[in-house]
Design a protein around this ligand. Structure first.
Ligand code: 4NP
Length: 164
């Protein structure tokens, strides 16, 4: 059995943050939107998860949903916590910050995962940092800044994965 991807014709991408109610659901929604716009739905499997469990089952934060909707993007996810099976299943695991990356790294070591693990902002052409900052304790302007960062990064990520 191919444990790295249950449907090997699709490239599977999992976006990961801490709570799975702000950054990673936004990244998932934006990437899905770009994939649909490009008519590539049948080439990708896209999901998101959090390293923490506090918000499991919840819809995205209202401020995340608001900024997404302002840009014509729907957020369809419900929060869930990342599992070891995710590390075996997804081809790409994309972290929002270095703390997420460290936690994913521990799971990779424990599971022998062959997933490609990256920081999302490796794909951001602007050079003002390598993390997507956590907007949870801030205001709506933080969510707009995070949206722009995620959008820039997802555009480049899709270009790379399309070509892969
Ligand atoms: P996220 O933001 O990791 O982008 O979903 C957070 C959401 C909730 C919490 C922290 C970050 N929290 O501590 O509850």
């Amino acid at each position: 059995m191919d444990t790295n991807n249950s449907d090997s014709s699709r490239t599977s991408v999992l976006f990961v943050c801490l709570g799975n109610i702000c950054r990673s659901p936004l990244a998932e929604g934006i990437f899905l939107h770009l994939v649909r716009e490009a008519g590539l739905d049948d080439r990708f499997e896209i999901d998101s998860a959090g390293t923490g469990a506090w918000h499991v089952g919840e819809r995205p934060d209202a401020r995340a949903a608001m900024v997404a909707s302002k840009h014509g993007v729907d957020l369809e996810s419900r929060a869930r916590q990342i599992t070891s099976d995710d590390l075996k299943h997804f081809d790409y695991v994309i972290a929002m910050d270095r703390e997420n990356l460290r936690n994913i790294g521990r799971m990779v070591d424990a599971t022998g995962s062959e997933a490609e693990v990256h920081l999302l902002r490796e794909y951001d052409h602007s050079s003002d940092g390598d993390e997507v900052p956590d907007p949870y304790y801030g205001d709506a302007s933080g969510f707009e800044m995070v949206y722009e960062m995620l959008h820039r990064s997802c555009l480049t990520l899709l270009d790379r994965l399309k070509a892969a």
